[in-house]
Write a protein that binds this ligand. Structure first.
Ligand code: ATP
Length: 354
C-alpha cells in the first residue's frame, strides 16, 4: 500500500455537520493524530476511515484503491477503542489469538503469532491471565497486540489512553510510539490531549467544529499556528484584539511593532506565547509598563501574571532562566519581540470574509 487519502469527506447526521470537507493525506508509515475538543468530529472521521460509518460525500483511497464503499471487515485495518473491548472470558493469549483462529489460522500458527505479539508488547509472562486480572496499561497492551494480529495495513486508535492514569498514559504514549516506529505501520490516533498528540505524532490534524483547522508537525502547529483557534488550543497564548496599521498593530492606545500581512484597518487578533514575552532589560520595541498581579511557581517554571495597558498577560520563565525572581506588586516592563507575535484575522473578520 501507500498513503491513505481523503478527498472532500463530509458527514452529516440529520442537521449536524459532524465533518466538513476534509481533504487529508496520511503518509505511509507515519503516525498522525486527529486532535481537537470534544464534539469536533475526530471520532466520526476515524470511523469513516475504518469503514464503520459511510461518508455523506467524498472519497477515501488507500494507495491506488478506492475504498470508500468497502465494508470495515474487508479493509484490513486494526482498531483499538477507548474501552479496549477485550473478551473477559478469554485469557490474554486467547484474546490475541482469537481473530487469527476465526480467520482460519491453525491453532499452532495462531498460538505462535500470539506469543510473538505478546513479546512485542512485553506481556509474554501474562499469557495465561484473565483480562480481569490485568491493570489498565496491561489491558491496553493486549488490545494493541490483538489489533496488530492481522498485520493491518492501517492501525486506528480512538483515545487509546483515556482509561489510564496520567503517569501511565505518558509511559504508554512513548511505548506506543516506539512500537509504531519499529513496525513502520501507518497509524491514526484520535485524541483531545495535545501533549499526547505532540509526544507521538509525525503529523497533527487540528480540528474544530467538524473542520480541519491546520495540519502540520508538532513543531509547526506550536510555533506557526495558522489561526487563533490553533494558537489557543495548542499550548498557551496571550491574546489581544486590535487593528492593523502601517508597520504594526494598534491595540487600545498602544502600537505594537509587528510584521503583519493585513491591510490597514483590518480587525486582527494578536497572540504571543507566555515563554516568548520577556521581563528583561534587553533593547527592542514593544516594551510596555506592567504590574505583577500574581506569581505562580510551578516547579520547573514560574508564571508571572501581569496587568498591562493592553490587558492582562502571562509570562513564563523556566526556573534558573529568568534571573532575579519578582513578586506580586512589582512594577516591571514586559517586552514583546515582534517576531514572537502571531497576527491572525479577528474571528469575526475571518467569518465575514468567508
Ligand atoms: P469526543 O472527543 O467527545 O468523542 P469527537 O471530536 O470525537 O468528540 P464526534 O464523536 O465525531 O466528535 O462527534 C461530532 C459531532 O457529530 C457531534 O456534534 C456529535 O454529537 C455528532 N454525532 C456523532 N455521532 C452521531 C450519531 N451517530 N448521530 C448523530 N449525531 C452524531
Amino acid at each position: 500500500m501507500s498513503g491513505l487519502v481523503l478527498k472532500g469527506i463530509t458527514k452529516r447526521f440529520g442537521g449536524t455537520l459532524a465533518v466538513e470537507q476534509a481533504d487529508l493525506t496520511f503518509e505511509e508509515g507515519a503516525l498522525t493524530a486527529l486532535l481537537g475538543p470534544s464534539g469536533c468530529g475526530k471520532t466520526t472521521l476515524l470511523r469513516m476511515i475504518a469503514g464503520l460509518e459511510a461518508p455523506s460525500t467524498g472519497s477515501i483511497t488507500l494507495g491506488k484503491r478506492n475504498i470508500t464503499d468497502l465494508p470495515a471487515h474487508k479493509r484490513k485495518f486494526g482498531m483499538v477503542f477507548q474501552s479496549f473491548a477485550l473478551f473477559p472470558h478469554l485469557n490474554v493469549r486467547e484474546n490475541v489469538a482469537y481473530s487469527l483462529t476465526i480467520s482460519g489460522a491453525s491453532k499452532t500458527a495462531a498460538a505462535e503469532k500470539a506469543s510473538t505479539l505478546l513479546d512485542l508488547v512485553q506481556l509474554s509472562a501474562m499469557g495465561d491471565r484473565r483480562i480481569g486480572e490485568l491493570s489498565g496499561g496491561q489491558r491496553q497492551r493486549v488490545a494493541i497486540a490483538r489489533a496488530l494480529a492481522q498485520e493491518p495495513d492501517v492501525f486506528l486508535l480512538d483515545e487509546p489512553m483515556s482509561a489510564l492514569d496520567a503517569k501511565l498514559r505518558e509511559e504508554m504514549q512513548v511505548e506506543l510510539r516506539l512500537l509504531q516506529q519499529r513496525l513502520g505501520i501507518t497509524t491514526i490516533v484520535v485524541t483531545h490531549d495535545q501533549r499526547e498528540a505532540m509526544t507521538m505524532a509525525d503529523s497533527i490534524v487540528v480540528m474544530s467544529n467538524g473542520r480541519v483547522e491546520q495540519v502540520g508537525s508538532p513543531q509547526d502547529i506550536y510555533h506557526r499556528p495558522e489561526n487563533a483557534f490553533v494558537a489557543d488550543f495548542i499550548g498557551k497564548a496571550n491574546f489581544f484584539d486590535g487593528v492593523a496599521e502601517a508597520g504594526g498593530i494598534r491595540v487600545g492606545d498602544q502600537t505594537l511593532v509587528s510584521k503583519s500581512k493585513f491591510h490597514a484597518g483590518y480587525q486582527v487578533r494578536v497572540a504571543i506565547r507566555p515563554e516568548r514575552a520577556a521581563l528583561d532589560d534587553a533593547e527592542g520595541p514593544n516594551r510596555l509598563p506592567a504590574t505583577i498581579t500574581f506569581v505562580r511557581d510551578l516547579g520547573p517554571h514560574r508564571e508571572y501574571h501581569l496587568d498591562t495597558a493592553i490587558g492582562p498577560m502571562v509570562v513564563e520563565y523556566a526556573i534558573g532562566e529568568g534571573a532575579r525572581p519578582m513578586k506580586t506588586g512589582d512594577h516591571v516592563e514586559v517586552r514583546l519581540p515582534p517576531d514572537a507575535l502571531h497576527v491572525f484575522p479577528h474571528p469575526t473578520a475571518a467569518m465575514a470574509a468567508e
